[in-house]
Design a protein around this ligand. Structure first.
Ligand code: ADP
Length: 191
């Protein structure tokens, strides 16, 4: 079983590449952003709680996010592996994920980090706003907030995995296919 953290700032292409990786490797894709959005759409209790955080570009509190993620993993006992997309986003989430997986005799094999310059992220998010219907893509202030939160709270998660020798940076510029080949090659190289 290979479990991968697909990492990178908002707009780096994690969702696009996850879909290709799922097709190729048969992983289960767990995107915390997608799970929150589907709960908001379904007007569940979790969705009601998460909505104001998402709309403002803030992180949903760790305790809520961690238990939601654990439930999602537990819902897929048949999985050949997971791609974690948008999680862990804080060091506390990373520590919780390690402990949770270890309790199952599992672990993270690698963090693949898509590297994209900030100016390009803003162009991509503004473009995505035209079609995504996402409130948090439609407002330059919210986009900036997400990038600031990423730099302050999420970027340090890379150090967590670097310390375990699991971090690999991946060039996130180029065609979707080129980037997919880079990620595929990196995953093929993981034990
Ligand atoms: P992005 O395109 O910014 O990477 P996502 O779809 O991954 O966005 O997440 C959208 C929003 O969902 C985040 O801005 C945040 O409010 C919430 N969210 C997603 N994942 C997490 C997480 N691991 N911890 C806390 N909040 C999260």
């Amino acid at each position: 079983m290979r479990n991968i953290v697909l990492f990178g700032p908002p707009g780096a292409g994690k969702g696009t590449q996850s879909a290709l990786l799922v097709d190729h490797f048969g992983f289960v894709h767990l995107s915390t952003g997608d799970i929150f959005r589907s709960n908001i759409k379904g007007e569940t209790e979790l969705g009601k709680l998460a909505k104001s955080y998402l709309d403002q570009g803030k992180l949903v509190p760790d305790d809520v996010t961690i238990s939601m993620l654990e439930d999602s993993v537990n819902a897929h006992p048949e999985a050949k592996g997971f791609i974690f997309d948008g999680f862990p986003r804080t060091t506390a989430q990373a520590e919780a994920l390690d402990a949770f997986l270890e309790g199952k005799g599992l672990g993270i094999q690698g963090m693949l980090a898509l590297e994209v310059p900030e100016a390009e992220l803003k162009v991509r998010l503004a473009k995505r706003a035209e079609t995504s219907g996402r409130v948090d893509d439609a407002d330059a202030g919210v986009i900036q907030k997400r990038i600031d939160v990423y730099n302050a709270e999420t970027a340090p998660v890379a150090e967590h995995y670097r310390g375990q020798g699991k971090y690999q940076g991946v060039e996130g510029l180029g065609s979707i296919e080129d980037i997919f080949v880079r990620l595929r090659t990196a995953i093929d190289g993981l034990a």
